[in-house]
Unconditional design. Structure first.
Length: 354
């Protein structure tokens, strides 16, 4: 079967050129789609960085703290700084035992002053994506290679056709000049129609993508100038995006640690208030109190903060009244009597170990 297949392939005119054309057809659209994702990532990253509140706060805080730390020196009173300084914030640390770096201090202040703030990586997701690692220069190089391939394909389609079937067994006698004549048979083939449509469609997509690259380059240059940098001084867009990505990832680690710490502190404070409330009500003899399962009940009845057994929580009468629960301890006493006489459910256990 393999031999027969090879023999049939040999019957196809210009088989090597056709195989190359079909290989281009099967892979070109995927290449263009990947390049399109890269251009879209660059375009969205430019917009996200300019609109990011966390990034603007980071720039402003870095300038203020830098001038404060350098007050009285030649570096104090600066009007700005190079963007590459941001990647060094985590290397500036306190001299005390806390060993807090400057980036951690800035993030902590930002979260405390604005609890609804987001992590920098959440506000600029495209700036830390894998697509942004491919520069626009690389995209242009790929598009140039694709353009050369399409030009070769177009030449193959416009070259003199060799789609003929030569039967050497039917060669007639030589003509008057002595040259042998060849009888040929035209073979019906849709190859040229299919490949011509493919080349036209691919060329249009390539041109659209090239225009998108030029627009993205212009937007990037405007953004870099907006932040006070010189676009011509950058070797490529990757130099800028590497700084943003490193800062965003470091910001994310600090942000997660700070927000986790603040949540734990808030939960501790909430438990302290509940414990104080329960103890104050217990000191009054439990008047106007009913039993209700604790809101933060855990398996084994252990408090997650203080690791103490907590089984029930006292609720004030006015809160229970809104829920339709008895307001007096007399109700609890009646329930206990009914349970003792076998006429009702067992009475709840008392509060223990508070």
């Amino acid at each position: 079967d393999a031999e027969k297949f090879c023999l049939r392939l040999l019957e196809i005119p210009n088989i090597e050129s056709r195989m190359k054309m079909y290989l281009l057809k099967f892979t070109l659209f995927d290449q263009l789609e990947d390049l399109k994702k890269v251009v879209q990532a660059h375009t969205m990253a430019v917009h996200e960085v300019k609109m990011s509140r966390s990034f603007l706060m980071l720039l402003r805080s870095t300038l203020v703290l830098g001038n404060y730390l350098n007050h009285g020196t030649r570096l104090g009173g600066a009007l700005g700084y190079r963007m590459s300084v941001l990647s060094k914030l985590k290397d500036v640390r306190c001299t005390d035992s806390s060993n807090t770096n400057l980036l951690e201090y800035i993030v902590r202040m930002a979260v405390k002053n604005r609890p609804d703030s987001k992590s920098l990586s959440d506000e600029v997701p495209h700036a830390v994506s894998k697509e942004i690692q491919t520069s626009l220069q690389d995209v242009v190089s790929h598009l140039s290679a694709i353009e050369c391939s399409l030009m070769d394909a177009k030449y193959e389609l416009t070259a003199p056709s060799q789609d003929v079937k030569v039967d050497m067994g039917l060669v007639p006698a030589a003509d008057a000049d002595g040259e042998p004549r060849v009888r040929v048979e035209i073979v019906a083939d849709a190859y040229y129609d299919v490949m011509t449509a493919f080349v036209e469609e691919s060329t249009a997509l390539k041109n659209d993508l090239m225009e998108a690259v030029e627009k993205c380059k212009k937007s990037f240059s405007e953004m870099v100038s907006y932040f006070g940098e010189n676009p011509a001084a950058l070797q490529s867009e990757s130099e800028f995006w590497q700084v943003i990505a490193s800062v965003a990832l470091a910001y994310k680690d600090v942000y997660n640690a700070v927000t986790k710490e603040m949540r734990e502190e808030a939960e501790k404070e909430k438990w302290k208030q509940k414990r104080a409330k329960i103890k104050a009500m217990a000191a009054l003899g439990g008047a106007g109190v009913s039993y209700k399962p604790a809101e933060y009940k855990r398996s084994g009845y252990n408090c997650p903060i203080h690791d103490e057994p907590v089984r029930y929580e006292k609720w004030e009468a006015k809160e229970l009244a809104a829920e339709g629960v008895g307001e007096k301890d007399d109700d609890d006493g009646a329930a206990a009597d009914a349970a003792a006489n076998g006429k009702g459910p067992p009475a709840p256990e008392p509060i223990v170990n508070l």
